[in-house]
Design a protein around this ligand. Structure first.
Ligand code: NAD
Length: 325
């Protein structure tokens, strides 16, 4: 018998219809597994073609409780938008853990966009004030959109302050926030206006080895939570020194980036991994005035937590193309 795999294009993956609330739920369950030491996930190796900040990473993981294993091969090329191509691209292979057989090859762009935002929201669940209503989004691209969507699932958001160096990007986020999510969105022309006065701040511009350090000391209010989707790129060291809790999704990966790649130089010490927060091993927010931060790096575990749900939905809806191995 010829074995087959299900190929799912980016459209197929999106059409499977997995909702953000389910993605947040499965990503949080994945972090419980990680926090309990039940996920196999080596730090991601990568290659860096060309000059500058291009990367292509291999991201394998195995989550026994979810009967999921596989690998994501994902690229990030900061120059791509100028060429009319997305910044993030790639493919994911989903394997059957019992036999090792590949079950599916699927586009990973949609999954990356959604699971990254879901991880921000899980961090915020433990580190932001539950009544958070005002959110600042600095950089209104794909992650700006999905992080807004995810935070809106968990928090009673009302007001969005959107900043981007490109007007059309801020306009697109404003339209999405207003029409799709029913939020009051204000586009601001200076970055500080999307930070000071916000309960939650998301920075989601390009990841740069030399931070542009736009956000200065005293811009982040006491009591705010910040999700640094673009690592430390947006923050001056003085601003980061005000963090009461500086957290990440995976310490081994964080230390690899810090010691061998050159990110997170002179950042505060890590207070907790997200797995420690969701399992209660470390406390999340403890006061109304703490400044809390998540610098989540993006984990293969998150992709492997999400892809079985997409595979099952896609099969139910007869999406995709079956291909012979
Ligand atoms: N941590 C993770 O798990 C994870 C996962 C996926 C993506 N990312 C990162 O998230 C970032 C955003 O990815 P994306 O897919 O949304 O990219 P995108 O190209 O869709 O959006 C990037 C946006 O940043 C804006 N921008 C650039 N420089 C800016 C500046 N100085 N100030 C304000 N806005 C600026 C651009 O105009 C654009 O709107 C990237 O750095 C990417 O590597 C992180």
């Amino acid at each position: 018998m010829t074995e087959q795999i299900l190929y799912l294009s980016q459209k197929d993956v999106a059409d499977a219809g997995l909702t953000m609330d389910r993605i947040i739920d499965t990503v949080e369950k994945g972090f419980v597994e990680m926090g309990n030491g039940r996920v196999e996930m080596p730090p991601k190796p990568g290659v860096h073609p060309g000059e500058g900040d291009n990367f292509i990473h291999a991201m394998p993981a195995y989550i026994p409780a979810m009967k999921s294993c596989g690998v994501k091969w994902v690229s990030g090329y900061p120059g791509n938008p100028e060429k009319g191509l997305p910044y993030i691209n790639g493919l994911l292979i989903y394997n059957d853990p019992d036999t090792g057989m590949p079950l599916s090859v699927m586009d990973c762009t949609w999954i990356t966009a959604m699971r990254t935002a879901a991880a921000s929201a899980v961090s915020a669940k433990y580190l932001a004030r539950p009544e958070s209503a005002t959110i600042g989004i600095l950089a209104c691209g794909v992650q700006g959109h999905t992080n807004l969507e995810a935070m809106n699932v968990l928090f009673p958001l009302k007001k969005v302050l959107a900043f981007d160096t490109k007007k059309d990007q801020a306009d697109a986020l404003a339209e999405y926030g207003q029409k799709t999510l029913g939020l009051d969105v204000e586009i601001v022309s200076d970055p500080r206006s999307a930070v000071t006065g916000c309960d939650i701040v998301v920075t989601s511009g390009p990841i740069l080895k030399v931070p542009h350090a736009t956000i200065k000391k005293d811009w982040v209010d006491e009591g705010s939570f910040v999700s640094c989707v673009d690592f430390d790129s947006f923050f001056s060291r003085n601003a980061l020194a005000q963090a009461d809790k500086w957290t990440t999704d995976n310490l081994a990966q964080y230390n690899h980036y810090k010691d061998h790649v050159g990110f997170f130089i002179d950042c505060p010490d890590i207070y907790a991994e997200l797995g420690e927060l969701v399992t209660g091993r470390k406390k999340g927010r403890e006061t109304q005035t703490e400044r809390t931060f998540a610098a989540n790096l993006g984990l293969a575990m998150e992709d492997m937590a999400v892809c079985p749900l997409i595979f099952d939905l896609a099969k139910d809806k007869h999406l995709g193309t079956w291909l012979a191995l």
